[in-house]
Design a protein around this ligand. Structure first.
Ligand SMILES: Cc1cc2nc3c(=O)[nH]c(=O)nc-3n(C[C@H](O)[C@H](O)[C@H](O)COP(=O)(O)O)c2cc1C
Length: 153
């Protein structure tokens, strides 16, 4: 079975909750799913070639604490990510204005700079509009699996 890694960046657990809620959808689609709560560069270089990032924003457009070492290592090591295909779910709050989903957007740019290929559009979940992030994430993942023809079982 192919493996899908869900890479989580969270302060208060919302992004982790999204990861846990969408996990069964990928299992039904034929994947072994790993959730990485303390991501490392190896998750994206040695693990599966398909990843889903679930990342919230803190501070003023900043990465959550558990995600900071991962981003720092990516910047320091500049690994080639040309084999990596990924999806991205960014959690944020539009009341923060310009820094809305800043971490997710910055991550997206960094991954593409390193050669990774995003499949489909980035999902941005706005806490001002969506009380439970899962309500937006679950249908998006179902569509993502269909549109990108990710089903293997
Ligand atoms: C102190 C603090 C700072 C935040 N800063 C931003 C921000 O700059 N941009 C943004 O889009 N959302 C910001 N948010 C909103 C969070 O990203 C949003 O509530 C998200 O759903 C939290 O997800 P989590 O539970 O995975 O940490 C901030 C929230 C807090 C509490």
């Amino acid at each position: 079975m192919p493996t899908l890694t869900i890479v989580v960046g969270t302060m208060y657990g919302g992004a982790l909750d999204v990861a846990e809620q969408v996990k069964p959808l990928f299992e039904q689609a034929g994947y072994t799913v790993e959730i990485s709560e303390q991501p490392t560069v190896e998750d994206v270089t040695q693990g599966s070639d398909l990843s889903l990032f679930c990342v919230s924003t803190t501070g003023s457009g900043d990465f959550p604490g558990n995600f900071v070492p991962f981003v720092r290592s990516l910047k320091d090591q500049s690994p080639s990510l040309t084999k990596l295909r990924y999806g991205l779910i960014a959690l944020g709050d539009s009341s923060y204005g310009d820094t809305f989903c800043g971490a997710g957007r910055a991550l997206d740019e960094l991954l593409q700079d390193l050669g990774a290929r995003r499949l489909g559009e980035r999902l941005e979940i706005d806490a001002m509009e969506t009380f439970m992030a899962d309500d937006a994430a679950l249908p998006w993942v179902e569509e993502w699996i269909d549109d990108q023809q990710l089903k293997v079982a």
